[in-house]
Design a protein around this ligand. Structure first.
Ligand code: NAD
Length: 384
């Protein structure tokens, strides 16, 4: 099957590499000639690196590059069986592209969006045949991140969803099925990792370095929240948070933090600008953490309780299955273990107690315990 990819930015280029590596002919389009040129050069560099590391043979690398055709004309996608859109995150522009694509591809071609935050139903609604539309959400960088969220719109034909899921599985990815709701699985369940860490900082309980140290040393997370936000970029991370917050009709659980907003406004975006929560200039000394074990454990317990609560609530609201929620967090954002499995290990009653303690302290809706956890604690149930 020929694969079309619209938008040759960070995501489109990565997805093109994945599809071509899996043996597909790929048509990669962009409105900007310069973006196509950049994409082509980047792939060349990636392939050179893979050859140096003996991860691919030179002739295989050449074949991967050779299977991608670069174009500014989506009309070249006429014979594609699947087109994945990865353009600017703007609903009106995406709708226009889907409408145009439908006039180009054959009747049985599948159309997918890689959107992080828009509803798939609203994109599908632009089409005459919305049943062929679904969400296929890759993570950045697409060739390295194992997880792909598959999102059926309410209009999607289940056969289309299943075919697309099988295809992406064959590309060596782990797929999970997510309901068409803001943030899907990962960008919803992961919010407290950033949000609660920021809240702990804003309350003056601990500094960035201590929170990061605690989450890594006692929580076994690969990166601390502030390190990770600096890596992702504070502009991008703030936008995702703000988008999810608004999309949930201002649920205080997802409330963004002024600390991050100000960093973003100041241009302290993280690694890419040399300054974020941390200073990345060559002469900068990394700040020391306090080494206070008791405080460290308290921080981890609070953030993990919030994460578990979010995961439990996603299950409660049928956003995804138990297994897919745990897979999404271990494969999509490399959490040390699935949050629902973690809940079992901590004990459901203890999870409820931690949430209730926060709720009684603050009397904020942000800290409300998921009804599922409360019910499970009452019934002595476990997730596994
Ligand atoms: N960057 C991430 O971490 C990430 C992760 C998952 C999903 N996404 C989603 O993927 C999509 C693309 O994100 P990105 O980071 O690759 O963006 P990007 O800005 O790197 O690339 C977007 C590309 O689309 C092109 N484009 C814009 N309008 C177009 C049109 N009408 N037709 C063809 N090309 C057009 C632009 O020229 C640009 O090259 C967005 O919907 C985003 O939400 C991004």
């Amino acid at each position: 099957m020929k694969i079309g990819i619209v938008g040759s930015g960070a995501m489109g280029s990565g997805i093109a590499q994945v599809a071509s590596t899996a043996g597909h002919e790929v048509i990669l389009s962009d409105t900007r000639e310069a973006a196509l040129e950049t994409s082509k050069n980047k792939l060349q560099k990636i392939m050179n690196r893979l050859i140096e590391k003996s991860r691919v043979e030179a002739d295989e690398a050449q074949a991967i590059q050779g299977r991608i055709q670069y174009t500014t004309d989506n009309a070249d996608m006429a014979s594609c069986g699947l087109v994945i859109e990865a353009i600017v995150e703007n609903l009106d522009v995406k709708k226009q592209v889907f409408k145009q694509l439908e006039s180009i591809v054959s009747e049985d071609a599948m159309l997918a969006s890689n959107t992080s935050s828009l509803s798939i139903a609203s994109i599908a609604a632009a089409c005459e045949h919305p049943e062929r539309v679904l969400g296929i959400h890759f993570f950045n960088p697409a060739p390295l991140m194992k997880l792909v969220e598959i999102i059926p719109a309410i209009q999607s034909d289940p056969k289309v969803v299943e075919t697309a899921r099988q295809l992406i599985n064959n590309w060596g990815k782990t797929t999970v099925l997510a309901k068409d709701t803001p943030g899907f699985i990962v960008n919803r369940v992961a919010r407290p990792f950033y949000g609660e860490a920021l809240r702990i900082y804003e309350e003056g309980i601990a500094d960035f370095a201590t929170i990061d140290w605690a989450m890594k040393d006692f929580g076994a997370f690969r990166m601390g929240p502030f390190q990770l936000m600096d890596y992702i970029g504070n502009d991008i991370n703030f936008t995702v948070t703000e988008t999810v917050f608004k999309a949930f009709w201002y649920d205080p659980r997802y409330k963004p933090a002024f600390t991050q907003k100000r960093l973003s406004e100041a241009g302290y975006l993280g690694r890419k600008t040399g300054k974020g929560y941390y200073d990345y200039s060559p002469e900068a000394m990394p700040p020391a953490h306090t080494g206070d074990t008791k405080l460290g454990i308290k921080i981890v317990n609070r953030v993990v309780a919030m994460l578990i609560n979010e995961a439990a609530d996603a299950l409660y609201l049928n956003i995804a299955s138990r297994d897919d929620i745990d897979l999404a967090m271990t494969r999509g954002v490399n959490y040390p273990k699935g949050l629902l499995q973690w809940a079992d290990e901590i004990g459901i009653e203890e999870c409820v107690a931690r949430m209730d303690a926060l709720y009684h302290e603050y009397l904020e809706d942000r800290y409300r315990c998921s009804p599922l956890l409360r019910r499970m604690a009452r019934d002595g149930a476990t997730f596994y």
